[in-house]
Ligand binder design. Structure first.
Ligand code: FAD
Length: 318
C-alpha cells in the first residue's frame, strides 16, 4: 500500500484545471511513499479526459464510463471499487463542490480518515503530514494523519499543474455501478446569475478593491476590462458594499482563482484575499502603498494612484 489514487474532475464536457494540480500532489506523495500514481476518470468523455491527464507523470489511468456529468452515487461506488482494486495509501480529490460531496461518503464507506481543504501534504518518516489553514488563513496547521489509508481533499490553486512526462497505462476499470442505488440525475446547468460569469474559469482577471473609493468609479476598471478583454472580479469590501455580485469575490469566503494574469487594483492583499488568488500565474498589483502585502506575492508592481495608472493602461491598450 504505497500508491496514490487521484480522482480527476470535469464539468460540462471539460476537464477542470484542478485535476492537473492533483497530479502534482499525487506524484509528490507517491514518490515519498515509493508508489505509483493512479488517476480515476469517472464519467463524461473518458477517452479524451484520459488522454489529457496522460503524459503528466502518471502511471495508470482508470476510466469509468458512466453518465456525462458528476453524480454522487456513481462517484462513491466507483471510487470505493477503484480503491479495492488499487489498494492505495492515499486518495486525493479536489476540495470542490463535487469533491466535498463524495469524498466524505467514500471515507465513511471505507472507514478511513479524511482531511479536507489542504494547502500542502507531505510524508515525513512514514507519517502523512496534512497542512490546513485556520483562523481565517492566519495560521497554518500541520496535522499528523493517523495511519494509511486516508482521503485528502486539496484546495484548488495550491499546487502547480503537473509537468508533462511519461506515458501511462490506460485501463477501462472493472467497476460495476449498481444503477438501482443511483438516486439522482443531473438534468442541466443554470448559470449563477443570468449573463454573469464564472471568475474561476477566466484567464485574465482585473480585480478591484477598496482603493476604488466609490461605486461610480468602477466604470474606470470596467473600461480597462473592455479594452484588455479581462473579466472583472473584486475583494470582499466591494461585494459587501453591494457594488458587485457575490460571485465576483475572490478569496477565502469567495472564489479561488488561478488565471494566467491577475491584475489587482487598489487591493491591500489581506491573507483572506491572498488565499483565493495566490495561485495565479502572473500577479500584477497597483497600489499607492509600497508596503501593501499584495506586493509580497506580485510578480510586477506599480506603486501609484489607480486614478492615474488605470487611464494610462487604458490608453496603452487602446
Ligand atoms: P483594503 O484593505 O482597505 O485595501 C485597499 C488598498 O487600496 C490599500 O492597500 C490602499 O493602499 C490602496 N489604495 C487606496 N487608494 C488607492 C489609490 N487611489 N490607488 C491605488 N491604491 C489605492 N477579503 C477578500 O477580499 N476576500 C475574501 O474572501 C475575504 N474573506 C474573509 C473572511 C473572513 C473570515 C474575514 C475575517 C475577512 C475576509 N476578507 C476577505 C476581508 C479581508 O480581511 C480584507 O478586509 C479585505 O480583503 C480588504 O479588501 P481591500 O484590499 O479591497 O481593502
Amino acid at each position: 500500500m504505497s500508491d496514490v489514487l487521484a480522482v480527476a474532475e470535469h464539468r460540462q464536457g471539460a476537464l477542470r484545471e484542478v485535476s492537473y494540480q492533483l497530479l502534482t500532489a499525487a506524484r509528490g506523495l507517491a514518490d515519498a511513499l515509493g508508489g505509483d500514481v493512479h488517476v480515476a476518470v469517472i464519467g463524461g468523455d473518458t477517452d479524451t479526459f484520459a488522454d489529457q491527464v496522460n503524459r503528466r507523470g502518471v502511471d495508470v489511468i482508470h476510466t469509468v464510463a458512466d453518465g456525462d456529468e458528476f453524480n454522487h452515487d456513481v462517484y462513491v461506488q466507483a471510487v470505493e471499487q477503484l480503491y479495492e482494486a488499487v489498494d492505495p495509501a492515499v486518495v486525493v480529490t479536489p476540495n470542490s463542490v463535487n469533491g466535498l460531496d463524495y469524498a466524505p461518503a467514500v471515507a465513511r464507506g471505507l472507514d478511513c480518515p479524511i482531511v479536507t481543504n489542504l494547502v500542502d501534504a507531505a510524508v515525513d518518516e512514514g507519517t502523512l503530514i496534512a497542512t490546513r489553514e485556520q483562523y481565517g488563513s492566519k495560521v497554518e496547521v500541520d496535522l499528523e494523519v493517523d495511519g494509511f489509508p486516508c482521503l485528502l481533499t486539496l484546495r484548488e490553486g495550491e499546487w502547480e499543474s503537473a509537468p508533462t512526462g511519461g506515458d501511462a497505462d490506460v485501463r477501462a476499470a472493472e467497476v460495476a455501478i449498481d444503477e438501482s442505488a443511483v438516486g439522482s440525475t443531473v438534468t442541466g446547468f443554470e448559470a449563477v446569475a443570468a449573463g454573469d460569469v464564472d471568475i474561476s474559469e477566466a484567464d485574465f482577471l482585473v480585480s478591484v478593491g477598496r482603493g476604488i473609493e466609490e461605486e461610480e468609479n468602477l466604470e474606470l476598471v470596467e473600461e480597462l476590462c473592455e479594452v484588455t478583454g479581462a473579466t472583472l472580479s473584486s475583494s470582499r469590501p466591494i461585494v459587501d458594499s453591494g457594488w458587485l455580485p457575490a460571485n465576483r469575490q475572490v478569496g477565502q469566503s469567495g472564489k479561488t482563482v488561478t488565471p494566467d494574469v491577475y491584475l489587482a487594483i487598489g487591493i491591500s492583499g489581506a491573507v483572506q484575499h491572498l488565499a483565493g488568488m495566490k495561485g495565479s500565474e502572473t500577479i500584477i498589483a497597483v497600489n499607492t502603498d509600497p508596503d501593501a502585502p499584495i506586493f509580497d506575492v506580485a510578480d510586477y508592481g506599480i506603486v501609484g494612484d489607480l486614478f492615474d495608472v488605470v487611464p494610462e493602461l487604458i490608453d496603452a491598450f487602446e
